[in-house]
Design a protein around this ligand. Sequence first.
Ligand code: ATP
Length: 202
Amino acid sequence: MEKIGLYGGTFAPPHLGHVHAARAFLRAIPVDRLLVMPTFQPPHKAKAAGDTPEVRLEMCRAAFAGIPGVEVSDYEITKADVSYTVQTLRHLTAENREIYMLCGTDMFLTLEKWYQAEEIFRLAKIVCMSRTTEKEQEIAETHARYLRKFGQDCILLKEDPLEVSSTRIREAIRKGQSLAAYVPAEVEAILRRDGLYKGTES
Ligand code: ATP
């Protein structure tokens, strides 16, 4: 059976924290490939952010280009509709695949509130990569609760976090600060080419 990793997100923009998490995932989980899948955003939201689904896809391709085993997928963006994770998982598992879904701390802690969470836990093995050295206790409690509630012993990756967020990067862009510590050079070039995320956040 094919083993697939799924790493979904807005990726506005993709950053070194995402790349670090993907590498940590690939070191720990023997998947055939890891799909990085940017979500579609309705046009009005994209307009507010100053980006488009296509440029987020392009930035993801640039950010993950050098990592063997990673494939950037346009599946949700091509559907051009708001996608629920559960729908993407149904699509991926239609072909007898085992899915490992990678998420950071924030997503892991809120997963039980996602649309049709029970089915998400049935369709995918959840893999959590810490985004911060804090919240260890909360992660441990949530891990134990998911085991009781959904019968799943989620995988917690044991690697040091890289504390970067897209929000922080958009803020640095507005302040005209250097992005070198946050994003790969190829992503920075696209951000500058298109003048992305310079406006105030709505
Ligand atoms: P924003 O700041 O706009 O909310 P973000 O940095 O959280 O963006 P997303 O595209 O929303 O980035 O995240 C996609 C996935 O990557 C989520 O599962 C998120 O938890 C995870 N993630 C984001 N940053 C990191 C990081 N530094 N380390 C590990 N996982 C991360």
